[in-house]
Design a protein around this ligand. Sequence first.
Ligand SMILES: Cc1cc2nc3c(=O)[nH]c(=O)nc-3n(C[C@H](O)[C@H](O)[C@H](O)COP(=O)(O)O)c2cc1C
Length: 323
Amino acid sequence: MKTRITELFGIQHPIIQGGMHYVGFAEMAAAVSNAGGLGIITGLTQRTPELLAKEIARCRQMTDKPFGVNLTFLPALTPPDYPGYIKAIVEGGVKIVETAGNNPQKWMPLLKENGIKVIHKCTSVRHSLKAEQIGCDAVSVDGFECGGHPGEDDIPNMILLPRAADELKIPFVASGGMADGRSLVASLAMGADGINMGTRFIATKEAPVHENVKKAIVAASELDTRLVMRPLRNTERVLKNAAVERLLEKEKALGPKLQFQDIIEEVAGVYPKIMTDGDMEAGAWSCGMVVGLINDIPTCKELIDRIMKQAEDIISNRLQRFL
Ligand SMILES: Cc1cc2nc3c(=O)[nH]c(=O)nc-3n(C[C@H](O)[C@H](O)[C@H](O)COP(=O)(O)O)c2cc1C
């Protein structure tokens, strides 16, 4: 399958693995890239630019295919050393960066001077248009269903994707709720040139996370995610657990008075405990509604091959029959 996204990134299949904190290590990115998709290392999971440089080098040893690095720009009192991370990306020969969070405008000249293609993750049409305007090569349009931060507009992909298609000139991938060949064909039908998946890729053999995380994803249904931190305008979709229930109780009790300090125990520093140690009650961790469609733990190659085969079958058989 050839799309503007496979052409832009030089990949075989129009499937991207979005950056994921404490999941997007070299093993994850290499497995997706080796299976013909685009794997992405999560920049900020590496505590320093030096560690990111090592992770890029490790990934390079595991694949000769293109892979990218995610740079998430979040408001912080002491911001991470972004110039250092970009230097590690450039010196590591990585040619694709997935940006997310705040507008990446400030970093665009540096990225573009170094021949890097930028795909920015957005949760709205207006942010997607801004990304196009500042010179991003593509966008990843994240609907309300998505795991992680869906923004504050709450527009599901059935509306968001055709809206993006109507307005954008640069190619985009559909993100949030994507799991199988049906997701891919539906996204193509709505104007996207591929898909981006987060949660689905965690439940794969190669995902370098504790088995408990994979089992929790397989066991959960589409009813099991919750939105947290809405009062802080930092909404995150997470899998429900005891810590999330506690957090939601605090949100209810404190109302508009809620501050980050009140929920720090449930959200700060919890990722290593969950992803590495498998302590599933340690805190709130991002997870999409798509868990309802995830029932197994295949290899990345099995998953991607299955998606492509199902997509082809839907296009050439099921859809043809309606004509
Ligand atoms: C556990 C987890 C951690 C994530 N961490 C990040 C991150 O650090 N930066 C980022 O840009 N997106 C992050 N995301 C969002 C994904 O890259 C992707 O956009 C999202 O998962 C798509 O929705 P889906 O889960 O329905 O496929 C994360 C998602 C998950 C599930």
